[in-house]
Ligand binder design. Structure first.
Ligand code: HEM
Length: 435
């Protein structure tokens, strides 16, 4: 039997007619108005999964207020990542085990798994890549500026936002540069499982049951697992510090990771390190295009850089939701969440919560404090890669300040069909070089 699911049969939607779930909604744009309605009228809202919203589970609680998202993320004992995983999909017990990564593991095992890679992604380690990130941004920006010949549009996703995270990650992961395009193409196919442009098996349009034991029900995961096995075999006996080598040697409480655990661990890092960062860079460029005064503000007062990075991250919010499962009955804002219920926290809704952020729809690079939940609400699963993401966004903003006079939109952006990642496929922009 699948885990997680409603304990109250035939419960009505708390906010009927306002859809925050279907992938099509997100292909059109972020439903910030719909989140406003949820936050204001039903901050702990029951949502049924129906053919109309493209889902077939037994329903879940949608959490849209900032303080509830934070409280739930910190309370991992009552809101488990492990019991039912972190996706809305209800998994059978064998699928939970087969697909589990540290993201879907509660402490204490979670702590041990995370310790394997914490040193690689710590703030101090990541800071040592600052020059490298600066040089990479300079490279990709030079390529874009020369491709745009002063006024020709370039696709900012393809030329800048996609390139930077990949070039940052390959060395850290232990992936040969030549393999990167294929590996990251596979990652796109896996995580954008609802978008026919990427996915071989579109989650709500084809029968993906044969792949239910694979991450995101994507057959492409098998290619990644084979690839990881090959890399790990080549790394055996070498005392290198990259992720593949660390995972090849890794054991928890004296028990080596299984091949599958190693494969899903690696895949988690490839997806989490690449996709979300890509979209935070694109959204930052778009925010700068829509707020042309910001580059001037930063040139006048370079001390605004730290708060500008945080505001860009709040604004971009590339991860849309993650799920927990209640382990006991809990009352939140007068609603009884029963043990076993799915509880889904919506990060963009929290990042635009007026009770936490004054004038949340104003892009304010001086905003302080700025306790956005772009990297999660805190607790054990707070994003492992937050310092790397910050480094990349910062490097790009610094390069824009130095080299670009103005960022201009040059057409409509195309969005990914996904309620999971707030992602952009193509963003035509003109980058006007400074003279
Ligand atoms: C702007 C970019 C990024 C965003 C928006 C983002 C978002 C998030 C969020 C919301 C979580 C919390 C998951 C939860 O509580 O269930 C998370 C966890 C995680 N992130 Fe990120 N992330 C970003 C960049 C990165 C990078 C660069 C990496 C590096 C490889 C990374 C690796 C991870 C991992 C491994 C976890 C799971 C941590 C755990 O379970 O302990 N992320 N991320």
């Amino acid at each position: 039997m699948a885990t997680g699911g409603a304990t109250v049969p035939d419960r009505a939607d708390s906010v009927p007619g306002v859809d925050i779930l279907s992938h099509d909604v997100y292909a059109a744009g972020m439903p910030l108005d719909a989140y406003d309605v949820y936050r204001a009228t039903a901050p702990v809202a029951w949502v049924n999964e129906t053919p109309a919203n493209g889902h077939s589970g037994s329903g879940f609680w949608a959490i849209t207020r900032w303080d509830d998202v934070v409280a739930i993320h910190k309370d991992w004992r009552r809101f488990s990542s492990q019991v039912g995983g972190t996706e809305i999909e209800e998994l059978d017990p064998d699928a939970i085990v087969a697909r589990r990564t540290m993201l879907e593991t509660d402490p204490p095992r979670h702590t041990r798994l995370r310790q394997l890679v914490n040193p690689t992604f710590s703030r101090a380690t990541v800071q040592t890549y600052a020059d490298h990130a600066g040089a990479l941004v300079d490279d990709v920006l030079s390529e874009s500026l020369s491709a745009s010949h002063g006024s020709e549009p370039v696709d900012a996703v393809g030329m800048i936002a996609r390139e930077l995270p990949i070039r940052m990650l390959t060395g850290l992961l232990g992936v040969p540069d030549g393999d990167a395009p294929t590996l990251f193409h596979w990652a796109d196919q896996i995580v954008y499982h609802a978008d026919p442009e990427y996915s071989e098996a579109v989650i709500d349009r084809t029968d993906t049951d044969p792949y239910r034991l694979l991450p995101f029900r994507s057959p492409t995961s098998l290619r990644v697992f084979e690839y990881v096995n090959r890399l790990a075999a080549a790394a055996r006996g070498c005392e290198r510090g990259d992720v593949i080598s660390v995972l090849e040697r890794a054991s928890v409480d004296g028990v080596p990771l299984t091949e599958r655990e190693r494969g899903t661990f690696f895949l988690l890092l490839v997806i989490a390190g690449n996709e979300t960062t890509r979209h935070s860079l694109t959204q930052t460029l778009l925010a700068f295009a829509d707020h042309p005064q910001v580059l001037g503000q930063l040139r006048e007062d370079p001390t605004l850089i730290d708060s500008a990075v945080e505001e860009a991250l709040r604004w971009a919010c590339p991860q849309i939701h993650f799920r927990r499962t209640a382990t006991e009955d809990v009352e939140i804002r007068g609603e009884t969440v029963h043990a076993g219920d799915k509880v889904v926290t919506w990060y963009p809704a929290a990042n635009f919560d007026p009770n936490q952020f004054a004038e949340p729809r104003r892009f304010d690079i001086a905003r302080a404090p700025n306790r956005h939940v772009t990297f999660g609400g805190g607790g054990p699963h707070l994003c492992l890669g937050q310092w790397m993401a910050r480094l990349e966004v910062r490097a790009m903003i610094e390069a824009l300040v130095t080299r670009v006079e103005r960022v201009e939109r040059a057409g409509d952006v195309e969005r990914i069909r996904s309620n999971f990642i707030n992602g952009i496929k193509r963003a035509p922009l003109v980058l006007h070089a400074r003279r």
